[in-house]
Design a binder for this molecule. Structure first.
Ligand code: SAH
Length: 401
């Protein structure tokens, strides 16, 4: 993609000759963002699954932050949340971390540390909504925790976590949820192959993908994850900690249904639209999602190879595709009207809030309503015959001395 990034710098309004013959490639850091605002298709309104993932990982986060605090009793704590997005989940983990530390301080009869919180995401994220929510968040902290709390300084850090974001050894705790399954770019072998597509009729790894596609995805994951670890290893103090949760897979097989099926069904909807002449076949053939869901072994091996972090915990847990399934804890969302929808419609809204920036960029915004209506029906049909769960991996690591 690097070459293409330079190429696209010619941009502006004047098209070069090369631009007319080359298919447009996707610059992930500029394109990817969850749907902003708080409308029907926003991430804020459609992130129940990710909310559930945060609550399942909560005990691991608590254990890690308490261990860090009790070992060092710091006067100030610098915490970063990477891939914070916008909506009800954005400040959730930060507020849980602050609650945990505050409770501990009260128990130990110690003054609360000063908090420095960094909210990171890609530049296209809806940081405006995040910033607008901060005064109310700060007021609530002061009201709940009293005058001796904190203070808590919060700032936004736009940029890719696949690279340096913070000064040397400036952080004690890093958290990231539901973000690291996004790659920094589409594997270059697949971008270049748009003239002769390698992954015909598919938009991610699939049972029918040739081995070269699987290899290209795996190698992109390896490059990205090791760069992520290297960047954080420079930013986190020795003994500092990191808890990361993201979509993965339990099996070694990267073509297993648990890892590919969401994309497979979306490709199904797109291919139906090709048959009806609504979408060009070439468009489907040339789109590949910048995404990878690693297995526990793949993850462990990258951590060991990179060498800066000791693995403290690794857990795999499942979450229903339709997170409202049998759950009373999401009443806020039930009240918002999504309980009236079919499972397929809820899953479709969840996926749309996440992938629309990329899919819309490639296929055109005008097909989005049609595409996701079709997708919801395909998902309903699939869910009526299959148990549909995401596998999530959560790891807790310590920066070696
Ligand atoms: N943590 C939130 C949001 C998850 S959505 C939650 O749990 O609900 C995933 C977020 O990761 C998106 O906002 C996306 O823009 C961000 N993201 C993806 N790749 C990124 C990268 N390379 N650097 C920073 N943020 C990234």
């Amino acid at each position: 993609m690097e070459v293409h990034q330079v190429f696209l710098m010619n941009g502006g309004s004047g098209e070069t000759e090369a631009m007319q013959v080359q298919p447009k490639v996707m610059e992930v850091p500029h394109v990817l963002h969850m749907n902003g605002g708080c409308g029907e298709t926003s991430y804020a309104k459609n992130s129940v699954v990710q909310n559930k993932i945060i609550s399942i990982a909560k005990p691991i986060i608590e254990e890690a932050i308490l261990d860090l605090y009790c070992n060092t009793l710091p006067k100030s704590l610098a915490i970063a949340d990477l891939g914070c997005s916008s909506g009800p989940n954005t400040l959730l983990v930060i507020s849980e971390i602050i609650d945990t530390i505050h409770e501990k301080c009260c128990l130990l009869n110690r003054p609360s540390p000063e908090f420095q919180v960094f909210l990171n995401d890609l530049p296209a994220n809806d940081f405006n909504s995040v910033f607008r929510s901060l005064p109310a968040f700060q007021d609530k902290l002061r009201q709940e925790k009293g005058a001796h709390f904190g203070p808590c300084f919060i700032s936004g850090v736009p940029g890719s976590f696949y690279g340096r974001l913070f000064p040397d050894q400036s952080l004690q705790f890093v958290h990231s949820s539901s973000s690291l399954h996004w790659l920094s770019q589409v594997p270059p072998e697949l971008d270049i192959s748009t003239i002769t597509p390698l992954n015909k009729q598919k938009i991610f790894i699939s049972k029918t993908s040739p081995p070269s596609v699987i290899k290209a995805y795996f190698e992109q994951f390896q490059r990205d994850f090791s760069l992520f670890l290297k960047s954080r290893s420079e930013e986190i103090v020795p003994g500092g900690r990191m808890v990361l949760a993201f979509v993965g897979r339990r099996t070694a097989d990267p073509t297993s249904e648990e890892s590919c099926h969401q994309w497979e069904l979306l490709a199904h909807a797109l291919n139906d639209m090709v048959l009806e002449g609504i979408v060009e076949e070439e468009k489907v053939d040339s789109f590949n999602a910048p995404y990878y869901s690693p297995s526990p072994d793949e993850l462990k091996s990258e951590i060991e190879k990179q060498g800066s972090f000791a693995l403290d915990q690794l857990e795999v847990f499942e979450v229903d595709w339709d997170a409202t399934n049998g759950d009373d804890g999401v009443s806020e969302y039930v009240q918002s009207g999504i309980s009236k929808l079919t499972s397929g419609q809820r899953v479709s809204k969840t996926i749309r809030a996440v992938v629309e920036s990329m899919i819309g960029h490639h296929f055109g915004e005008e097909i989005m309503d049609d595409l996701f209506q079709r997708y919801s029906k395909i998902v309903d049909q699939y869910m009526s015959e299959n148990v549909c769960k995401y596998a999530n991996l959560v790891i807790s690591v310590v920066r070696k001395a």
